[in-house]
Design a protein around this ligand. Structure first.
Ligand SMILES: O=C(O)CCC(=O)C(=O)O
Ligand SMILES: [Fe+2]
Length: 375
Protein backbone atom coordinates (compact mmCIF):
# COMPACT_ATOMS: atom_id res chain seq x y z
CA UNK A 1 0.00 0.00 0.00
CA UNK A 2 0.99 3.62 -0.31
CA UNK A 3 3.40 4.62 2.39
CA UNK A 4 1.36 6.12 5.19
CA UNK A 5 3.64 6.42 8.22
CA UNK A 6 2.58 5.04 11.56
CA UNK A 7 1.40 7.78 13.91
CA UNK A 8 3.76 8.90 16.63
CA UNK A 9 2.69 9.00 20.28
CA UNK A 10 2.32 12.77 19.94
CA UNK A 11 0.06 12.45 16.92
CA UNK A 12 -2.17 9.78 18.42
CA UNK A 13 -1.49 9.63 22.17
CA UNK A 14 -2.37 6.76 24.49
CA UNK A 15 -4.19 8.11 27.55
CA UNK A 16 -4.53 6.05 30.70
CA UNK A 17 -8.11 6.66 31.82
CA UNK A 18 -7.71 4.61 35.00
CA UNK A 19 -8.06 7.80 37.11
CA UNK A 20 -11.54 8.38 35.68
CA UNK A 21 -12.93 5.23 37.28
CA UNK A 22 -14.76 6.36 40.36
CA UNK A 23 -13.00 6.65 43.66
CA UNK A 24 -9.57 5.59 42.52
CA UNK A 25 -7.79 8.80 41.75
CA UNK A 26 -6.08 11.82 43.22
CA UNK A 27 -7.10 15.25 41.95
CA UNK A 28 -3.67 15.58 40.40
CA UNK A 29 -4.07 12.38 38.35
CA UNK A 30 -7.57 13.40 37.29
CA UNK A 31 -6.30 16.80 36.16
CA UNK A 32 -3.47 15.21 34.20
CA UNK A 33 -5.89 12.85 32.44
CA UNK A 34 -8.28 15.69 31.63
CA UNK A 35 -5.42 17.79 30.29
CA UNK A 36 -4.20 14.96 28.07
CA UNK A 37 -7.72 14.50 26.71
CA UNK A 38 -8.06 18.21 26.11
CA UNK A 39 -4.80 18.39 24.16
CA UNK A 40 -5.74 15.44 21.97
CA UNK A 41 -9.26 16.75 21.33
CA UNK A 42 -8.03 20.20 20.33
CA UNK A 43 -5.45 18.62 18.06
CA UNK A 44 -7.35 15.86 16.22
CA UNK A 45 -10.11 14.50 18.45
CA UNK A 46 -8.37 11.10 18.22
CA UNK A 47 -6.74 9.35 21.19
CA UNK A 48 -6.25 5.82 22.48
CA UNK A 49 -7.55 4.89 25.90
CA UNK A 50 -5.89 2.32 28.14
CA UNK A 51 -6.54 1.40 31.75
CA UNK A 52 -10.17 0.33 31.23
CA UNK A 53 -9.87 -3.43 31.77
CA UNK A 54 -12.06 -4.39 28.79
CA UNK A 55 -10.93 -7.19 26.49
CA UNK A 56 -11.68 -7.01 22.78
CA UNK A 57 -10.42 -10.49 21.86
CA UNK A 58 -13.66 -12.36 22.67
CA UNK A 59 -15.59 -9.88 20.54
CA UNK A 60 -13.31 -10.51 17.58
CA UNK A 61 -13.86 -14.27 17.91
CA UNK A 62 -17.57 -13.55 17.55
CA UNK A 63 -16.94 -11.17 14.65
CA UNK A 64 -14.92 -13.78 12.74
CA UNK A 65 -17.53 -16.44 13.37
CA UNK A 66 -20.20 -14.14 11.97
CA UNK A 67 -18.41 -13.26 8.76
CA UNK A 68 -17.35 -16.92 8.32
CA UNK A 69 -21.01 -17.93 8.04
CA UNK A 70 -21.99 -19.23 4.60
CA UNK A 71 -23.37 -16.62 2.21
CA UNK A 72 -27.02 -17.77 2.42
CA UNK A 73 -26.91 -17.48 6.21
CA UNK A 74 -25.54 -13.92 5.95
CA UNK A 75 -28.13 -13.06 3.30
CA UNK A 76 -30.87 -14.07 5.73
CA UNK A 77 -29.52 -11.39 8.11
CA UNK A 78 -29.59 -8.71 5.38
CA UNK A 79 -29.78 -5.18 6.81
CA UNK A 80 -32.17 -4.17 4.02
CA UNK A 81 -34.80 -6.32 5.72
CA UNK A 82 -34.59 -4.21 8.88
CA UNK A 83 -36.19 -0.76 9.16
CA UNK A 84 -33.20 0.45 11.18
CA UNK A 85 -30.70 -1.20 8.82
CA UNK A 86 -29.62 -3.58 11.55
CA UNK A 87 -27.85 -6.68 10.31
CA UNK A 88 -25.54 -7.71 7.48
CA UNK A 89 -24.33 -5.69 4.51
CA UNK A 90 -22.11 -7.42 1.97
CA UNK A 91 -19.16 -6.08 -0.01
CA UNK A 92 -20.04 -2.85 -1.76
CA UNK A 93 -22.55 -1.64 0.82
CA UNK A 94 -22.41 2.02 1.66
CA UNK A 95 -20.83 3.49 4.76
CA UNK A 96 -22.99 3.67 7.80
CA UNK A 97 -22.10 7.27 8.59
CA UNK A 98 -21.71 8.76 5.11
CA UNK A 99 -24.81 9.24 2.96
CA UNK A 100 -24.29 7.44 -0.34
CA UNK A 101 -24.43 10.60 -2.46
CA UNK A 102 -21.40 12.08 -0.69
CA UNK A 103 -19.30 8.97 -1.19
CA UNK A 104 -16.36 10.11 -3.31
CA UNK A 105 -14.50 6.93 -4.20
CA UNK A 106 -17.21 4.40 -4.82
CA UNK A 107 -18.42 1.66 -2.57
CA UNK A 108 -16.43 0.69 0.46
CA UNK A 109 -14.73 -2.70 0.32
CA UNK A 110 -16.02 -4.21 3.48
CA UNK A 111 -18.63 -6.48 4.98
CA UNK A 112 -20.48 -5.03 7.93
CA UNK A 113 -22.99 -5.96 10.57
CA UNK A 114 -24.86 -3.23 12.40
CA UNK A 115 -26.35 -3.46 15.88
CA UNK A 116 -27.92 -0.74 17.91
CA UNK A 117 -29.71 0.33 21.06
CA UNK A 118 -32.72 -1.88 21.74
CA UNK A 119 -36.13 -0.98 23.14
CA UNK A 120 -38.41 1.78 21.98
CA UNK A 121 -37.13 4.92 23.64
CA UNK A 122 -36.55 6.74 20.37
CA UNK A 123 -37.00 6.35 16.62
CA UNK A 124 -33.42 5.06 16.53
CA UNK A 125 -34.03 2.34 19.14
CA UNK A 126 -35.34 -1.00 18.04
CA UNK A 127 -34.77 -4.71 17.64
CA UNK A 128 -31.50 -6.21 16.45
CA UNK A 129 -31.21 -9.25 14.27
CA UNK A 130 -29.20 -12.14 15.66
CA UNK A 131 -27.45 -15.07 14.00
CA UNK A 132 -29.31 -17.76 15.94
CA UNK A 133 -27.08 -20.49 14.48
CA UNK A 134 -24.13 -19.21 16.53
CA UNK A 135 -24.64 -20.29 20.14
CA UNK A 136 -23.82 -17.62 22.72
CA UNK A 137 -23.18 -15.00 20.04
CA UNK A 138 -25.98 -12.69 21.06
CA UNK A 139 -24.96 -12.72 24.74
CA UNK A 140 -21.32 -12.13 23.84
CA UNK A 141 -22.09 -9.15 21.62
CA UNK A 142 -24.70 -7.69 23.96
CA UNK A 143 -22.14 -7.90 26.77
CA UNK A 144 -19.60 -6.07 24.65
CA UNK A 145 -22.20 -3.43 23.71
CA UNK A 146 -22.90 -2.84 27.41
CA UNK A 147 -19.20 -2.58 28.22
CA UNK A 148 -18.75 -0.01 25.42
CA UNK A 149 -21.63 2.02 26.81
CA UNK A 150 -19.95 2.04 30.22
CA UNK A 151 -16.61 2.98 28.68
CA UNK A 152 -18.30 5.79 26.74
CA UNK A 153 -19.63 7.21 29.99
CA UNK A 154 -16.18 7.06 31.59
CA UNK A 155 -14.60 8.83 28.62
CA UNK A 156 -17.48 11.31 28.60
CA UNK A 157 -16.68 12.22 32.22
CA UNK A 158 -13.12 12.87 31.11
CA UNK A 159 -14.36 14.99 28.22
CA UNK A 160 -16.49 17.07 30.56
CA UNK A 161 -13.58 17.62 32.95
CA UNK A 162 -11.33 18.46 30.02
CA UNK A 163 -13.71 21.28 29.06
CA UNK A 164 -13.96 22.61 32.59
CA UNK A 165 -17.55 21.38 32.80
CA UNK A 166 -19.28 19.60 35.67
CA UNK A 167 -18.24 15.93 35.50
CA UNK A 168 -21.77 14.73 34.66
CA UNK A 169 -22.40 17.27 31.90
CA UNK A 170 -22.41 14.63 29.16
CA UNK A 171 -23.28 11.50 31.15
CA UNK A 172 -26.53 13.16 32.26
CA UNK A 173 -27.43 13.04 28.58
CA UNK A 174 -26.38 9.39 28.17
CA UNK A 175 -29.09 7.51 30.08
CA UNK A 176 -30.11 5.32 27.13
CA UNK A 177 -28.18 6.78 24.21
CA UNK A 178 -28.67 6.28 20.52
CA UNK A 179 -25.68 3.95 20.21
CA UNK A 180 -24.62 1.68 17.38
CA UNK A 181 -22.01 -1.05 17.12
CA UNK A 182 -20.67 -1.81 13.67
CA UNK A 183 -18.77 -5.04 13.11
CA UNK A 184 -16.46 -4.85 10.11
CA UNK A 185 -14.42 -7.14 7.91
CA UNK A 186 -12.19 -5.58 5.26
CA UNK A 187 -10.89 -8.19 2.82
CA UNK A 188 -7.33 -7.81 1.55
CA UNK A 189 -6.96 -6.50 -2.00
CA UNK A 190 -7.23 -9.37 -4.50
CA UNK A 191 -3.89 -11.06 -5.33
CA UNK A 192 -2.19 -8.93 -2.72
CA UNK A 193 1.49 -9.45 -3.44
CA UNK A 194 3.09 -7.40 -0.66
CA UNK A 195 5.26 -4.42 -1.59
CA UNK A 196 8.47 -5.97 -0.33
CA UNK A 197 8.36 -8.67 -3.00
CA UNK A 198 8.75 -6.17 -5.84
CA UNK A 199 12.21 -5.56 -7.36
CA UNK A 200 13.69 -2.21 -6.35
CA UNK A 201 14.07 -1.06 -9.99
CA UNK A 202 10.30 -1.09 -10.47
CA UNK A 203 9.80 1.19 -7.52
CA UNK A 204 8.03 4.02 -9.30
CA UNK A 205 5.72 1.74 -11.20
CA UNK A 206 5.06 -0.11 -8.03
CA UNK A 207 4.10 3.11 -6.28
CA UNK A 208 1.66 3.97 -9.02
CA UNK A 209 0.12 0.55 -8.82
CA UNK A 210 -0.18 0.89 -5.09
CA UNK A 211 -1.89 4.22 -5.45
CA UNK A 212 -4.38 2.82 -7.94
CA UNK A 213 -4.99 -0.17 -5.75
CA UNK A 214 -5.55 2.03 -2.77
CA UNK A 215 -8.15 4.05 -4.62
CA UNK A 216 -9.83 1.02 -6.08
CA UNK A 217 -9.88 -1.05 -2.94
CA UNK A 218 -10.54 1.56 -0.31
CA UNK A 219 -12.04 -0.20 2.71
CA UNK A 220 -13.83 2.88 3.93
CA UNK A 221 -13.76 6.24 2.13
CA UNK A 222 -12.56 9.48 3.70
CA UNK A 223 -15.17 10.73 6.17
CA UNK A 224 -15.73 12.20 9.58
CA UNK A 225 -17.98 10.44 12.07
CA UNK A 226 -21.20 12.29 12.59
CA UNK A 227 -22.12 11.85 16.23
CA UNK A 228 -20.78 12.32 19.74
CA UNK A 229 -17.87 9.88 20.04
CA UNK A 230 -16.66 6.66 18.48
CA UNK A 231 -14.76 3.95 20.34
CA UNK A 232 -12.92 1.71 17.93
CA UNK A 233 -11.61 -1.78 18.61
CA UNK A 234 -9.09 -2.93 16.02
CA UNK A 235 -7.92 -6.49 15.67
CA UNK A 236 -4.28 -7.04 14.75
CA UNK A 237 -4.31 -5.82 11.11
CA UNK A 238 -3.91 -2.03 10.89
CA UNK A 239 -5.50 0.00 8.10
CA UNK A 240 -7.12 3.05 9.65
CA UNK A 241 -5.54 6.29 8.47
CA UNK A 242 -6.11 9.67 10.13
CA UNK A 243 -5.52 13.10 8.61
CA UNK A 244 -3.49 15.35 10.88
CA UNK A 245 -4.11 19.11 11.01
CA UNK A 246 -1.00 19.47 8.82
CA UNK A 247 -2.82 17.40 6.12
CA UNK A 248 -0.37 14.54 6.64
CA UNK A 249 -2.02 11.12 6.80
CA UNK A 250 -0.88 8.71 9.49
CA UNK A 251 -1.74 5.08 10.16
CA UNK A 252 -3.33 4.38 13.52
CA UNK A 253 -1.40 1.45 14.95
CA UNK A 254 -3.23 -1.47 16.52
CA UNK A 255 -2.33 -1.33 20.21
CA UNK A 256 -3.25 -4.40 22.27
CA UNK A 257 -5.43 -3.42 25.22
CA UNK A 258 -6.18 0.08 23.90
CA UNK A 259 -9.28 1.38 22.16
CA UNK A 260 -9.12 4.32 19.80
CA UNK A 261 -11.56 7.12 20.64
CA UNK A 262 -12.51 9.80 18.15
CA UNK A 263 -14.96 12.64 18.32
CA UNK A 264 -17.70 13.18 15.77
CA UNK A 265 -19.19 16.22 14.07
CA UNK A 266 -21.81 16.71 16.77
CA UNK A 267 -19.10 17.22 19.40
CA UNK A 268 -17.16 19.59 17.16
CA UNK A 269 -20.33 21.61 16.73
CA UNK A 270 -21.17 21.36 20.45
CA UNK A 271 -17.76 22.72 21.46
CA UNK A 272 -18.00 25.36 18.78
CA UNK A 273 -15.07 23.89 16.91
CA UNK A 274 -12.66 23.77 19.85
CA UNK A 275 -12.67 19.95 19.77
CA UNK A 276 -12.12 18.37 16.38
CA UNK A 277 -13.91 15.83 14.26
CA UNK A 278 -11.15 14.63 11.98
CA UNK A 279 -11.19 12.91 8.62
CA UNK A 280 -10.17 9.30 8.46
CA UNK A 281 -10.32 6.36 6.04
CA UNK A 282 -9.44 2.70 5.89
CA UNK A 283 -7.27 0.82 3.48
CA UNK A 284 -6.33 -2.77 4.15
CA UNK A 285 -2.97 -3.23 2.46
CA UNK A 286 -2.25 -6.47 4.27
CA UNK A 287 -2.63 -9.93 2.78
CA UNK A 288 -5.02 -10.80 5.61
CA UNK A 289 -8.53 -9.62 6.35
CA UNK A 290 -8.81 -6.71 8.76
CA UNK A 291 -11.44 -6.80 11.49
CA UNK A 292 -12.58 -3.78 13.45
CA UNK A 293 -15.56 -2.70 15.49
CA UNK A 294 -16.47 0.97 15.91
CA UNK A 295 -18.96 1.74 18.67
CA UNK A 296 -20.75 4.96 17.81
CA UNK A 297 -21.88 6.39 21.10
CA UNK A 298 -24.27 9.25 20.78
CA UNK A 299 -26.31 10.91 23.46
CA UNK A 300 -29.94 10.36 24.38
CA UNK A 301 -32.21 11.05 21.43
CA UNK A 302 -33.79 14.04 23.19
CA UNK A 303 -30.55 15.44 24.61
CA UNK A 304 -30.23 19.09 23.72
CA UNK A 305 -26.98 19.88 21.99
CA UNK A 306 -26.41 23.53 22.58
CA UNK A 307 -22.98 25.10 22.13
CA UNK A 308 -24.04 28.06 24.24
CA UNK A 309 -24.69 25.79 27.23
CA UNK A 310 -21.14 24.43 27.11
CA UNK A 311 -19.74 27.91 26.74
CA UNK A 312 -21.81 29.15 29.68
CA UNK A 313 -21.01 26.22 31.95
CA UNK A 314 -17.30 26.32 31.13
CA UNK A 315 -17.20 30.07 31.64
CA UNK A 316 -18.99 29.77 34.96
CA UNK A 317 -16.62 27.03 36.08
CA UNK A 318 -13.62 29.13 35.03
CA UNK A 319 -15.01 32.08 36.96
CA UNK A 320 -15.76 29.91 39.99
CA UNK A 321 -19.48 30.51 39.48
CA UNK A 322 -22.30 28.04 39.34
CA UNK A 323 -24.28 28.28 36.14
CA UNK A 324 -26.21 25.06 36.03
CA UNK A 325 -24.97 22.68 33.37
CA UNK A 326 -27.33 22.58 30.45
CA UNK A 327 -28.90 25.92 31.31
CA UNK A 328 -29.73 28.33 28.52
CA UNK A 329 -27.52 30.49 26.39
CA UNK A 330 -24.92 32.94 27.47
CA UNK A 331 -25.47 36.11 25.54
CA UNK A 332 -22.64 38.44 26.36
CA UNK A 333 -20.71 35.59 27.92
CA UNK A 334 -18.15 35.30 25.17
CA UNK A 335 -15.35 36.93 27.16
CA UNK A 336 -15.71 34.48 29.98
CA UNK A 337 -16.16 31.62 27.53
CA UNK A 338 -12.99 32.69 25.78
CA UNK A 339 -11.19 32.55 29.12
CA UNK A 340 -12.25 28.90 29.39
CA UNK A 341 -11.27 28.28 25.78
CA UNK A 342 -14.74 27.22 24.69
CA UNK A 343 -17.41 28.89 22.70
CA UNK A 344 -15.65 31.90 21.29
CA UNK A 345 -18.09 33.32 18.77
CA UNK A 346 -20.75 30.81 19.76
CA UNK A 347 -23.51 30.36 17.28
CA UNK A 348 -26.56 30.15 19.46
CA UNK A 349 -28.07 27.11 17.81
CA UNK A 350 -29.51 24.14 19.55
CA UNK A 351 -30.58 20.79 18.22
CA UNK A 352 -31.78 17.47 19.59
CA UNK A 353 -28.98 14.91 19.40
CA UNK A 354 -31.30 12.37 17.73
CA UNK A 355 -32.40 14.79 15.06
CA UNK A 356 -28.82 15.80 14.36
CA UNK A 357 -27.75 12.16 13.92
CA UNK A 358 -30.76 11.18 11.84
CA UNK A 359 -30.22 14.10 9.54
CA UNK A 360 -26.54 13.27 9.15
CA UNK A 361 -27.37 9.66 8.41
CA UNK A 362 -29.90 10.68 5.82
CA UNK A 363 -32.80 9.24 7.83
CA UNK A 364 -36.18 10.83 8.31
CA UNK A 365 -38.02 11.42 11.50
CA UNK A 366 -41.81 11.41 11.91
CA UNK A 367 -42.00 14.32 14.28
CA UNK A 368 -41.96 17.74 12.71
CA UNK A 369 -38.47 19.14 13.28
CA UNK A 370 -38.74 21.97 15.80
CA UNK A 371 -37.45 25.46 15.02
CA UNK A 372 -34.00 24.53 16.19
CA UNK A 373 -32.09 27.68 15.42
CA UNK A 374 -33.26 29.43 18.55
CA UNK A 375 -31.66 32.76 19.35
O1 LIG B 1 -12.61 0.23 10.61
C1 LIG B 1 -12.06 1.21 11.07
O2 LIG B 1 -10.93 1.15 11.54
C2 LIG B 1 -12.73 2.55 11.09
C3 LIG B 1 -14.11 2.53 10.54
C4 LIG B 1 -14.74 3.89 10.54
O3 LIG B 1 -14.09 4.89 10.54
C5 LIG B 1 -16.20 4.00 10.56
O4 LIG B 1 -16.88 2.97 10.36
O5 LIG B 1 -16.70 5.11 10.77
FE1 LIG C 1 -15.31 6.58 11.01
Amino acid sequence: MMEVPVASAEELPVIDIGPLYQGSASQEDLDATAQAIRRACINTGFFYVSGHGILAAPLFEAVRALFDLPEPAKAALDARLSPLHRGYTGLGGSHNCVPEESCVVGPDRKESYLLGAEGSRSPMHGPNVWPSQLPGWQQQVQGYFASMLELSRVVARGLALSLGLPEAFFTDKMQDPVAQLLLLRYPPPPQSTGAEEQPAAAEQQQQQQQQQQQQQYVGCGTHTDCGFMTILAQDDVPGLQVKMASAKWVTAPTIPGAFLVNLGDMTAMWTNGLYKSTEHRVFNGSSRARYSAPFFCNCDFDAVVQPAAIAAAAAAAAAGGSVEAGAGGAPGGDDRAAAAGVGVGVQYTSVKAGHYIMQKLGLMWDEQPPAEAAA
